[in-house]
Write a protein that binds this ligand. Sequence first.
Ligand SMILES: [Zn+2]
Ligand SMILES: [Zn+2]
Length: 157
Amino acid sequence: MSIGELYNRGEKIDSSKFGADPGISTEPISSKVEASPNGVINSTAAYRCKKCRRVVALQENVVGHVPGEGETSFEWYKRRSGNPFDKSSECECSSIFVEPLRWMTTVEEGALEGKLTCAHCEARLGYFNWSGIQCSCGSWVTPAFQLHKSRVDISTV
Ligand SMILES: [Zn+2]
Ligand SMILES: [Zn+2]
């Protein structure tokens, strides 16, 4: 059962069901970087608060969606030909959506929706809503834990 279904059933969502806080790493950073058999280094992309540089999400925390899926897709998107799974089209989304993480204390408090603020500097990073949020590409993500790309920096750990 997904965490969204648990919430809709009125279950208490405590932080033990959340993803680990990537800003509090118990492992050495080097363990995140693995060499693949062909020698290419795979490093994990990390999203950091733009203001204080705290890591707020890792690539593995990101919940993907198909850009433009949904009834209210913008016309300009439909005019663009090509594969909707094409990685380049993901740039059109102005936010990323992640799983609930342990630094999201407002989520843990049980509200249906609210702001997501950085656990370190309290900068506003995004918004969450258990009923879903519509991405700039037109897709609905439910439940939604949205981080605005303009508020975070993408780097490698
Ligand atoms: Zn999108
Ligand atoms: Zn911050």
